[in-house]
Each structure stands twice: as C-alpha cells, then as structure tokens.
Design a protein around this ligand. Structure first.
Ligand SMILES: Cc1cc2nc3c(=O)[nH]c(=O)nc-3n(C[C@H](O)[C@H](O)[C@H](O)COP(=O)(O)O)c2cc1C
Length: 167
C-alpha cells in the first residue's frame, strides 16, 4: 500500500543483480494455464531507452521531450500476438515488478505508449534490435530508477468505497 508510481528519477543506475531480481519476480507471476509465454526484455542502457522513446514519440506525434520519464532501466513485457491472455498475464507480471522494485527502494511506473505503437514502422525495428520477438505484441512496460529525493511517488488518492462485502 506504500507503492506509488514514480515519474522522476536520478541518474543512478539500477544494479544488474536488482534488475535480474525484478525480472525473476515477473516470471513468478500467475499466468493463464501457467502458460508463461511472455518475455521480459530488460533495457539498462539509457541510450537504447532514449532511442526507443524517440521512436514512440515519432509514432504518436509527441514532442522530442517525450522520454518515458528518462528512467535508468526499462522492462518491456510482451507475449505472442495469437495468445489471447497476454494482456492479463503481463499485467500480473508488471505488478510483481512494481512491488519488487518498491521493496528495493526502486521507483517505477507503468508506461503504456509502447503497447499502442509496437507495430508502428518506426518502432518495430527498434524492438527488433532489442530482441523483442517479431511475433510478440507489447502489453506494458516498467520505467525504473531511483526516485529523485522527496519524490517517493504520486499522491494518487485511493478510493476504498469500491470495496463491497456481500454479507
Ligand atoms: C494499464 C495502465 C497504464 C498506465 N499508463 C501509464 C502511462 O503511460 N504513463 C504514466 O505516467 N502512468 C501510467 N500508469 C500509471 C497510473 O497513472 C497510476 O497507476 C495511477 O495514476 C495511480 O497512481 P499510483 O500508481 O501512484 O497508485 C498506468 C497504469 C496502468 C495500470
């Protein structure tokens, strides 16, 4: 309940072993029929992240300042296009990543724009270079990094009135 989306990161890199842990946490998420047909592509090179963000910005007509919040690392969840439950499986996996990151003091936020543009002609070649399988679609991404000081995440109010006990 203390996790919040973080959208402002320091330059400090996330250690490889921590990224490995986050990716492993993703692999332990539930998946329909235990299918596990997803892939988690971990990008820890800021130049590669920037190249991908620029391609997405171009596809969406966004300005050159669009940069996924300039994170230290970026994890792309994807699954085969023909698999019907990829969206659900990847959402579970991403939440595992967010919670594991939070437990390590690493900030995170879901980035959705790559899901909308993964088949765009300027984006797919960048995904190819990163090793996202050609028959996969992207279902969501995690931007990751150490929060800027004083920025432990958004202050999104949580609405608890949606809980209903059918007593
Ligand atoms: C499916 C989904 C897509 C989202 N896409 C984005 C996004 O593209 N950019 C962004 O800054 N936050 C994105 N978010 C984060 C939400 O804005 C955030 O979770 C919400 O405002 C609640 O805040 P909290 O995460 O701090 O609790 C997304 C969240 C979900 C679940």
């Amino acid at each position: 309940m203390t996790r919040r989306s973080v959208r402002s990161f320091t330059d400090q890199p996330v250690a490889r072993e921590d990224l490995e842990l986050l990716a492993r946490a993703a692999c332990f998420a539930p998946s329909a029929n235990n299918s596990q047909v997803w892939q988690f592509t971990v990008v820890a090179d800021r130049e590669k992240i920037a190249e991908l963000a620029a391609a997405v910005a171009g596809a969406l007509g966004r300005g050159s300042d669009y940069n996924f919040y300039n994170p230290s690392a970026f994890i792309i969840s994807s699954a085969p296009r023909i698999y019907r439950l990829g969206r659900e499986d990847c959402a579970c996996a991403l939440q595992n990543i967010f919670l594991a990151a939070h437990s390590l003091g690493i900030g995170s936020v879901w980035i959705n724009q790559l899901s909308l543009t993964c088949d765009h002609e300027s984006v797919r070649p960048v995904l190819d270079k990163l090793g996202v399988p050609a028959d996969h679609v992207v279902y969501g991404c995690a931007a990751l990094g150490y929060p800027e000081s004083g920025n432990s995440g958004g202050d999104a109010e949580k609405n608890l009135s949606v809980i209903h006990f059918a007593d």
